[in-house]
Design a protein around this ligand. Structure first.
Ligand code: ADP
Length: 222
């Protein structure tokens, strides 16, 4: 899978309130890439991630997945595309509090009307070290465990690419380190492409391609 962003821009407001959150970003992502995006608060990291993953629409520019311009799809097509091809991990885990870990993980399949592959769910749980926690509710889990459940949820539909928005931002350094190890092993063992936003230069350096964003301008570090 090849993802190409061309002059992707996002502008909020107008006149005196105009904010150029993303300024003509060009980026190409190949299958198996591990990409980190660093930048200060307010520099446009989340905006870039939301645009690359089809969660938001750009003001101008285009984005293709294997040559297909995803912003030309209807909203319905785009959300189906996202559910099937893209996994997303958030800083705040975003688990549903009334569902068990297992039910949270299965949720994307349910939403897409697809049959749950229970064996795959169990494999993921084992890989992520949460097999013993599947019947627990989120509040019965530590932050690190909740994020691992969220990683399993991001993977259950077998997407090609995982986008992670500060996945360790809400965790202490020990659980953050464990979550990063899991993400790296998912990439090597399951062959997923990984794009991760981080404030932490130690995490950014683990990636094989590092991008920096300042005032909406994206550059690749070499
Ligand atoms: P980061 O993730 O690096 O903290 P963001 O992508 O969230 O940065 O934001 C980039 C810039 O765009 C900031 O100046 C922010 O205030 C602005 N911004 C983000 N979302 C909105 C919005 N919905 N309306 C107006 N301005 C926004």
């Amino acid at each position: 899978m090849n993802i190409k962003a061309k002059e992707l821009s996002k502008i909020y407001g107008n006149g005196e309130n105009k904010v150029i959150a993303l300024d003509k970003a060009d980026m190409e992502i190949q299958s198996g890439d591990f990409i980190s995006i660093m930048g200060p608060s307010g520099s446009g990291k989340s905006t870039l991630l939301h645009l690359l993953s089809g969660l938001d629409h750009p003001t101008s520019g285009n984005l293709t997945y294997d040559g297909k311009d995803i912003y030309r799809m209807s909203d319905k097509e785009l959300s189906a595309f996202r559910r099937q091809r893209i996994g997303f991990i958030f800083q705040q885990f975003n688990l549903l509090p009334v569902l068990t870990a297992q039910e949270n993980i299965a949720m994307p399949m349910l939403l897409d009307g697809r049959q749950l592959d229970q064996k795959y769910l169990e494999e993921l749980a084992k890989l992520l070290g949460i097999s013993e926690r599947l019947t627990h509710l989120p509040h019965e889990l530590s932050g690190g465990q909740q994020q691992r459940v969220a990683i399993a949820r991001a993977l259950i539909a077998k997407p090609d690419i995982i986008f992670a928005d500060e996945p360790t931002g809400n965790l202490d350094s020990k659980s953050g380190g464990e979550v990063m190890e899991m993400l790296e092993s998912i990439r090597t063992k399951l062959g997923k492409t990984l794009v991760i936003i981080t404030h932490d230069s130690r995490i950014a350096r683990k990636a094989d391609r590092q991008f920096m964003i300042m005032d909406g301008l994206v550059t690749e570090m070499r």
